[in-house]
Design a protein around this ligand. Sequence first.
Ligand code: ATP
Ligand code: MG
Length: 451
Amino acid sequence: MKAILNENLRALADFLPKPLYVVGGAVRDFLSQRRAPVLDLDLSSPMLVEEFLPIAEKFGFRATAVYKQTGTLKLKDEQGQEYEYTCFRSDKYVRGLHSPVEIFFTQDIELDCRRRDFTVNAVYYDVKNDKFVDPLKGIDAIQEKRLTTVDNPEKVFGEDGLRLMRLARFAAQLGFSPDEQTLLGAQKNAALIRDISPERIFAELSAILHADERYGVEYGHYRGLSLLEKIGVLKEILPELALGKELPQRADFHNYNVLEHSFRATMYATKEIRLAALLHDVGKPYCYFTDGNSHEHPAQGERIAREILTRLKAPNKTINEVCELTLYHMYDFDLKTGENKVRRFLVEHYPLIDKLLALKQADFSGCKDDLSTCPTALKWRKILEKMQEENAPITLKDLAVNGRDLKQEGFPDHALGKLLQRLLLHAACSPSDNRKAKLIKLAKAFYKEGV
Ligand code: ATP
Ligand code: MG
């Protein structure tokens, strides 16, 4: 552990009158032999911020934020490494309030342990004496890949609903599992997630969707989603999706109910489209329960996905992309769409096509765990290759005329955009017409038709 710490941190620890500890993720990751870069190092000691900070500054640490009330400091050293320092403390909560109502600073490391979440996150490394301090046997839990709360699970989850999401995230990222009591405590307190801000929920959900990227735990994101469902948090944060559990699907296409299919599609999805994979069928339960069939599910899904992501305060760009992918995920699913129509679709949605094909692949694989290339992707890739061979224009840049050319021919400004788009769609299907003279002739005809 010593080797991963900066010289100046070790020098500071040697100088301080009380022991300085590294705690949290860095210790847990070191002990479980995960060598992910430590972005923020969590530090703790029995020293108040007012006592600790002046000494730390002498050793080249700079405070970037000071929260005296919670005994917390954000620090940066001369190498740019970031730290979060907290004075040993004990927190008093009112059930469901998420933030402590009272904070007591203490000299007692065990009390500091008990205000944390899981024992794997409550192992302390004493920097000066180069030894681990482990009052709650967190090292055993790390070795057993077990998530156990630092106190009675009812109390731990009852104090802060965010810990429910953290449980699923750590299970997902680390490949650990909650013990029985911890699972039960989470289940009993699932409704407390309602007290957590949508932004925090969305951030934790995103971390779960990308959990496998952190330490390379295969399908960690699937593990995290399944746990969210198991503890009852999914039906709180994504009730529209959770309804899919009640919905079996046609056995000739599907091995799983709608919810499990959505999880599996997400499991197989490339990282860019995980959220879309999770929500792509969110319209299905609604359609089944209102119409008795799923015909309208892409359009209803788009509407519901927008409601969900707006509620979770996701960035607008994310919302629009997920909605567009959801809306089109069934396009040409039956392979019956004619080639020219597909060509026009590819051109009209070109910036989204790679992601849409990735979603179609994930959707296909999530039905029966079939990892072979999905039929629509095979068909569309072939069409795209053919278009390239034929030099067919795919974007406006590939078109043999531009707005200036059309303007010179006397077309009014307001018609230029529409004319160019119409010419592009035409030439995508008839690439030999992608010549200036021919396109101008066509433009005149289109203009006469009212574009
Ligand atoms: P990561 O490696 O993702 O940073 P971490 O365990 O270091 O994981 P942090 O959010 O950096 O997590 O928090 C540092 C430590 O503070 C945690 O290990 C845990 O002991 C404690 N902690 C953080 N958030 C909570 C919480 N909501 N409830 C209880 N303890 C928490
Ligand atoms: Mg941390």
